[in-house]
Ligand binder design. Structure first.
Ligand code: XMP
Length: 508
């Protein structure tokens, strides 16, 4: 792919993906690299611009994320954001000092409308601030381009060297005109032409897949999740008749989900193989209560079933996977500890017999994968799905798993989802958990003794941390009244208000 590219250099800030996505939304391809990446690698990619992310550190601290100072002499336009601005100033001869008054949140600013970043905007702007250090002395050749009451250098510019910096975060929604500022940087400074577009991406990927695969056949493990589903739809279009999707239905899916997955792929030019393995998985999980043990058993059995099924297909050379960009972003030495280590149940062993790996979504963010899915005609409900763990409901039935408990949970979860949809409630992930605690209840004149269901609904952007979603009492009480009335065996409903940390999103 030869799109114009902007490199986002990561200095540990939480918004690096957001910056890269904003750039792509402006029609410019972007990649994220660790801030300390070798300059030769940057040069070899011939970027039209570079953006330095924020980060929680202070530039003067020993061990703080740094970059090669020669970065600023490459002649490539650079925009430094927050810590990125401070690093630019520190590296080019200016001074950064602790703030007298730290600024957090939406802050009024006055910007210089003659500065290219703010072209077309009013002088009075709002910017999201979050800093305890700030620029106190500008490096030679730079001029001030914006300020707040407490931050004299909220924006700086060096037009000759095409270096710009902002103390606020233009990538977030709390900076209302932030996207215009990024757009100005891309189009007025970097010379972007806007050659990146999802519609073209599809065509480019189809051509690449055809070139890689030729007339060979491809196997894909389809889980029903967004990534593998979009991957399947794309491959079916690229290489009709050459794709075999193996859908191992482990019986741990949500209500009707297995059939929905099958229905979404009927009518596409692919070989859909559904392995109904519920009884097999339940047998293997009998008596198992330890969460890690459950995951291990499901992972191992999944691979076994996948291999057995794929062996029946004979000599298939290629394996496709729905790997997406956030799965492969490299991180710098200073923040490697935050790498996510989830082992997906679809993860296959390294020694698997295939000679080639097809990963057409490797360059895309989740929202781009969803857009591509819509473009390929997948049902809306499908592409907008919330994440679902590979081990499925096995980690949402606490303690031993039985068919009876799974069915109870499926019904309770379906009620919760139905009410969430009716109320248009906002949460990034939500589901029911069947705890192993029984309690006494009463329905009509009868005493009951049934299980407790916990409802979980969270707000998160990266799933690494979360806060409980405020669903309001009306919705919660409606769900709490329906579940014990409609699902036999459940007598009590509680709402989980634990954040992450200290809790995880799933219970097991
Ligand atoms: P936790 O529970 O660790 O979950 O806070 C974070 C996100 O990951 C999902 N999750 C999984 N996804 N395989 C997956 O593909 C797994 O084994 C797995 N366990 C948790 C979880 O639903 C949440 O979105």
């Amino acid at each position: 792919m030869s799109y114009q590219t902007v490199i986002v250099l990561d200095f540990g800030g939480q918004y690096k993906e957001l910056i890269a996505r904003r750039v792509r939304e402006c029609g410019v391809y972007s990649v994220i690299l660790p801030g300390d990446v070798d300059l030769e690698r940057i040069k070899s990619m011939a970027p039209i611009g570079i953006i330095l992310t924020g980060g929680p550190d202070s530039v003067y601290r020993e061990g703080a994320p740094r970059c090669d100072k020669a970065l600023f002499d490459l002649g490539v336009p650079i925009l430094g954001i927050c810590y990125g601005l401070q690093l630019m100033v520190y590296s080019t001869g200016g001074t950064v000092s602790p703030c007298d008054v730290s600024e957090y949140g939406r802050t009024e600013m006055t910007v210089d409308t003659a500065c290219v970043l703010f072209r077309g905007l009013a002088a009075s702007q709002i910017g999201l601030m979050s800093h305890t250090d700030q620029v106190s002395v500008l490096p030679e050749g730079f001029r001030n381009a914006g300020s707040t009451d407490h931050c004299p250098n909220a924006a700086i510019a060096n037009d000759d060297r095409r270096l710009y910096g902002v103390q606020f975060h233009p990538e977030v929604e709390n900076t209302p005109n932030g996207t215009t500022m990024i757009h100005n940087f891309l189009y007025q400074v970097c010379g972007a032409t806007g050659d990146y577009d999802m519609r073209d991406y599809e065509a480019v990927m189809i051509e690449q897949i055809r070139k890689q695969v030729g007339s060979e056949h491809v196997i894909l493990g389809l889980s029903g999740g967004v990534d593998s589903s979009v991957c399947a739809a794309l491959l079916a279009k690229a290489i009709p008749g050459q794709l075999h999707c193996i859908f191992v239905d482990h019986g741990l899916m949500r209500k009707n989900e297995g059939d929905e997955v099958e229905a979404a792929f009927s009518g596409r030019d692919l070989d859909f193989i559904r392995v109904n393995a519920e009884a097999h998985f339940l047998e293997k999980l009998k008596g198992v209560t330890d969460p890690e043990q459950k995951r291990k058993i499901i992972g191992a059995e999944f691979v076994r079933m996948f291999e057995a099924e794929s062996a029946k297909l004979g000599d298939v050379k290629f394996l496709a996977q729905g790997t997406i960009y956030p799965d492969v972003i490299e991180s710098g030495a200073w923040n490697s500890a935050t790498i996510k280590s989830h082992h997906n149940v679809g993860g296959l062993p390294d020694d698997i017999r295939f000679t080639g790996l097809v990963e057409p979504l490797r360059g895309l963010f989740k929202d781009e994968v969803r857009a591509l899915g819509r473009q390929l005609g997948l049902p809306k409900a499908f592409v907008e799905r919330q994440p679902f763990p590979g081990p499925g409901l096995a980690v949402r039935v606490i303690g031993e798993i039985t068919k009876e408990k799974l069915d109870m949970l499926r019904d309770a979860d379906a009620i919760f989802r139905e009410e969430m949809a009716k109320a248009s409630a906002v949460a990034d992930q939500y589901f029911a958990v069947l705890t192993d605690t029984k309690s006494v209840g009463v329905i009509g004149d009868f005493r009951t003794y049934g299980y407790t269901v916990a409802l979980r609904a969270v707000r998160t952007t990266d799933f690494m941390t979360c806060t409980p979603a405020d669903l309001g009492f009306d919705l919660l009480t409606r769900v709490a009244s329906r579940i014990p009335n409609e699902v036999k065996g459940i007598s009590r409903v509680v709402y989980d208000i634990t954040g992450k940390p200290p809790g995880t999103i799933e219970w097991e």
